[in-house]
Write a protein that binds this ligand. Structure first.
Ligand code: S3P
Length: 429
């Protein structure tokens, strides 16, 4: 599938975004491990989260839907998963893989997990190393670093894990394994990463303590099914926020967006860049804060993005690089080496693709330097099979001088099915 983007006059109107990807994954996992029924509304019907659903079905969990975003999970309890007869397929999803490895580590059975061409190249030793310390046994290429991975789970012992990177997937893998260990399992991070696992564990009834950058979970909790609505994904809303910000005269309101403080770095950065952004109607959905976000087009200025801000906007860097290309001045992004091990090498992909629009951009080992303010020409872009690269480049094309084509754009369905239609519905040509 190709995305064809013609330069537009304005974006106008109201929209909602699909459910949050991180929260949707966790809802399936904790719903499966709880006793009783969990009903989730606004579940993300993207390919990544559907892969998580399929993996749990393979382990004997009865799951209905998703139908119109409603997913019903009939939980089997902490000890109720069954040995899967087939190889579990996480597709393109790092979150499915790493969090599931934490759960599989605590199972008294053998399982095998694999994924697509991108996922089988991504580093997994970051989770298999602490999970091995807890007592799980893995077998995989490069010293258990690469999928496919065979897991022989079993009785786990709690650990105090000091994580070398601020990664919610690493933290969550260890915390989820900690559910199966007697006693307290803790994870200390160098900076705080997204805390959806912690919030949702509490919502399901687990005991979770947070002190500075350390999270501790009490093992063998009694998890009980819950009902909640998944907030709109701020990482999907990000494409429309930047689209409205860079197209003069635009005015877009995105309703019900998750604004969890461990995820809201993009709001801070867009405000620093001078974007006209209003956050209203703040409320809670389950344990997660949400709001309506209104954004209007106007002049943007360059900024610096580094340090503890990085984990709060890690998935938004490709689209923030697009905002930087349209801003006056030089934007520097540092401390983001993690981008190299995402669905694609996002430092290399963003640099290569934005250059095609005529943007002056330099790659750093841990970031990017972007010279903004020169008008963009249309471009013919690759997606690298990476949903966020495809959508970021589509947005870059909205205010370019000529047509932009994104090849191999079917990957947007990983996190934002209907992205092209959402864009069309707000477009004033
Ligand atoms: C995610 C954590 C982040 C993020 C990913 C989703 C999660 O990855 O980039 O898209 O749901 O926990 P890392 O944990 O590798 O930083």
């Amino acid at each position: 599938m190709k995305l064809i983007i013609n330069p537009i006059k304005q974006l106008k109107g109201q929209m909602t975004c699909p459910g949050d990807k991180s929260i949707s994954h966790r809802a399936v996992m904790l719903g499966a491990l709880a006793k009783g029924t969990t009903v989730v509304d606004n579940f993300l019907m993207g390919e990544d989260c559907l892969a998580t659903v399929q993996c749990f079905k393979e382990m004997g969990v009865h799951i209905e839907g998703p139908v119109d975003g409603k997913l019903t999970i009939h939980g089997v309890g902490l000890d109720g998963l069954k040995e899967p007869a087939r190889i579990l397929d996480a597709g393109n999803s790092g979150t499915t893989t790493r969090l599931l490895l934490g759960i599989l580590a605590g199972q008294p059975f053998c399982s095998i997990l694999t994924g697509d061409d991108s996922l089988i190249k991504r580093p997994m030793a970051r989770v298999t190393t602490p999970l091995t310390q807890m007592g799980a046994v893995f077998l995989g290429r490069q010293d258990n670093n690469l999928l496919p991975l065979a897991v022989r789970g079993g009785t786990l012992k709690p650990i105090e894990f000091i994580s070398p990177v601020a990664s919610a997937q690493m933290k969550s893998a260890v915390l989820l394994a900690g559910l199966f260990a007697e006693g307290e399992t803790s994870v200390r991070e160098p900076a705080i990463s997204r805390d959806h696992t912690e919030r949702m564990l509490r919502h399901f009834g687990a005991e979770v303590k947070v002190s500075d950058q350390t999270v501790t979970v009490q093992g063998r909790p009694r998890l009980a099914g819950v009902r909640f609505t998944v907030p709109g994904d701020i990482s999907s809303a990000a494409f429309f926020m930047v689209a409205a910000a860079i197209v003069p005269g635009s005015e877009v309101t995105i309703q019900g967006v998750g604004i969890n403080p461990t995820r809201d770095g993009i709001l801070e950065v867009l405000q620093q860049m001078g974007a006209q952004l209003q956050i209203g109607n703040r409320r809670y959905q389950g344990e997660e804060p949400v709001a309506d976000i209104k954004i209007c087009g106007g002049e943007l200025r360059s900024t610096q993005i580094y340090g503890t801000l990085i984990p709060r906007l890690i998935d938004e860097i490709p689209i923030l690089a697009v905002a930087a290309a349209y801003a006056q001045g030089t934007t520097v992004i540092r401390d983001a080496a993690e981008l190299k091990v995402k669905e694609s090498n996002r430092i290399a992909a963003v640099a290569a693709e934005l250059r095609k629009f005529g943007v002056m951009i330099e790659e750093l080992p841990d970031g990017l330097v972007i010279q903004g303010g020169t008008p963009l020409t249309g471009a013919s872009c690759r997606s690298y099979g990476d949903h966020r690269i495809a959508m970021a480049m589509a947005v870059a094309g909205l205010s370019a001088r000529s047509q932009t084509i994104i090849e191999d754009a079917g990957c947007v369905d990983v996190s934002f099915p209907g992205f092209g239609d959402a864009l069309k519905s707000l477009t004033v040509e």
